[in-house]
Design a protein around this ligand. Structure first.
Ligand code: F0G
Length: 353
C-alpha cells in the first residue's frame, strides 16, 4: 500500500520484478542551493537528498527491488557485507518481508546509528576482523556455497532500483542537468544512475546525457588514482577515511563505474578528510541539509574542482547526498565542545545574547 506517497514504484515499468516489498522509498527532495550558489559562484546548483529515504540512505532504492527479487526466487535468507548503510537497509526490508538477514560489517568501523538500525530491525550482525573488502569476499563465497541470497551491489537488481535516482532528477528538474556529482565507494551507485539516464535516453524521453563525476575519499581512492594518473586500476590495500561509508579499497563495480565516467565524459576526483568535514559543515550551516561525511564528499568535490578551475560556472550541477547526517553524530560531537552551562535566569541568557 503506497497511500498517496510518491515512491520509486512510479517507474515500475522500468523495474524488472513482480513482487513488491516496499517502505515507500524514493520520491526524495531535490533542493536548489540558493545560498551556496552565490557563495561558490555557480549559476545552477542542486542537491538530491537521498538521506530522506526510509532508513536514511539511497540503499533503500536498491533493497526494495533486491529483497522483492529474493522473495520471488523463494529465498528465505539474505546476506550483505556493509560499511553500514546497506546493512541497515537490508535489515529493514528483510524485516518487512519476513525473512532472515545476515550483515557482515568491519569491526569497529561502522557509524553508531547504522549499527543501531541493523540491530533494531532484527538482522544478525556479524562483525568481521578486517575491512569491507574482506567482508565482501566472505559474503560472495557464502552466497555461492551456503544458499543465502547476496544483496550487495554486484547483485544487478540493486542497481535496477538505484537507477530511479536518474528518473527522479529528470522528473523534478524537467531537464537533464549537465553534471551529476556523487560519492563513490563500492561504485554501484554511479553505475546505476548512469544506467538510469541511458534508459531514459533509449526510451526517447531525453536527448542529452549528464556528465558523471565520481568523488572518492583520498585514503580510499583507487578509481580516482588510476583515472588521474592514467594507470591501470589497482585496489587500495589499506583504505582509510573518516567517511566510513566509502572506506573501500577494492570497489566491486569499478569496471562499470569506469565505463560510466568514460561514456559520459565525466571523471573521478578525490578529496581529503578535512575537505569532506568542511563540506559537511558548509551544507548544514548554509542550506540546512545535514548529511553524513561520505555524502558530503560530493560537495567537497565540487568545491575542490571550483578551486582548481575545472568547473564551468554556467553549467548545472546536481550533487547526490547519499546518507543522513544523524547516522553518524559522533563525527560532529567529537570535534565540538559545548560552552559552560549557564544559570537558569534571564540575566544569564542576556549575556549570551
Ligand atoms: N554514500 C554512502 C552514504 C554510502 O553508504 C555508500 C556506500 C556510498 C556513498 C557509495 O556508494 O558503494 O554505490 O559507490 N555504502 C555501502 C554500504 C558500501 O555498505 O553501506 P557506492
Amino acid at each position: 500500500f503506497d497511500g498517496r506517497n510518491i515512491t520509486l514504484w512510479k517507474y515500475e515499468s522500468f523495474i524488472p520484478v513482480e513482487r513488491r516489498v516496499s517502505l515507500n522509498e524514493g520520491g526524495t527532495p531535490l533542493y536548489r542551493l540558493e545560498n551556496l550558489q552565490k557563495e561558490l559562484g555557480i549559476v545552477e546548483l542542486y542537491v538530491k537528498n537521498e538521506g530522506a529515504n526510509p532508513t536514511g540512505s539511497f540503499k533503500d532504492r536498491g533493497m526494495t527491488v533486491g529483497v522483492s527479487k529474493a522473495l520471488e526466487l523463494g529465498m528465505d535468507k539474505v546476506i550483505c557485507a556493509s560499511t553500514g548503510n546497506t546493512s541497515a537497509s537490508l535489515a529493514a526490508y528483510s524485516a518487512k518481508a519476513g525473512i532472515k538477514s545476515y550483515v557482515l560489517v568491519p569491526s569497529g568501523k561502522i557509524a553508531l546509528g547504522k549499527l543501531a538500525q541493523a540491530i533494531v530491525y532484527g538482522a544478525k550482525v556479524v562483525p568481521v576482523k578486517g575491512n569491507f573488502d574482506d567482508a565482501l569476499r566472505v559474503v560472495v563465497k557464502a552466497s555461492r556455497e551456503l544458499g543465502v541470497y547476496m544483496l550487495n551491489s554486484i547483485n544487478p537488481f540493486r542497481l535496477e532500483g538505484q537507477k530511479t535516482i536518474a528518473f527522479e532528477i529528470f522528473d523534478q528538474l524537467g531537464f537533464v542537468p549537465d553534471n551529476i556529482i556523487l560519492p563513490v565507494g563500492n561504485a554501484g551507485n554511479i553505475s546505476a544512475i548512469w544506467k538510469g539516464f541511458k534508459e531514459l535516453f533509449q526510451a526517447g524521453f531525453i536527448d542529452e546525457l549528464p556528465r558523471m563525476i565520481g568523488i572518492q575519499a583520498e585514503g580510499a581512492s583507487p578509481l580516482a588514482k588510476a583515472w588521474k594518473e592514467k594507470k591501470e586500476f589497482k585496489p587500495e590495500e589499506k583504505p582509510d577515511t573518516v567517511a566510513t561509508a566509502i572506506r573501500i579499497g577494492n570497489p566491486a563495480n569499478w569496471r562499470k563505474a569506469w565505463l560510466a565516467a568514460e561514456e559520459s565524459k565525466g571523471f573521478f576526483e578525490s578529496v581529503s578528510d578535512e575537505e569532506i568535514l568542511r563540506a559537511q559543515k558548509l551544507l548544514a550551516s548554509k542550506e540546512g541539509i545535514f548529511v553524513e561525511p561520505a555524502s558530503a564528499s560530493s560537495l567537497a568535490g565540487l568545491v575542490k574542482l571550483k578551486e582548481l578551475d575545472l568547473i564551468n560556472s554556467d553549467e548545472s550541477y546536481v550533487l547526490i547526498t547519499t546518507g543522513h547526517g544523524l547516522k553518524d553524530p559522533n563525527i560532529i560531537i567529537e570535534n565540538f565542545s559545548l560552552s559552560e552551562p549557564i544559570e537558569p535566569t534571564l540575566s544569564a541568557f542576556k549575556e549570551v545574547l
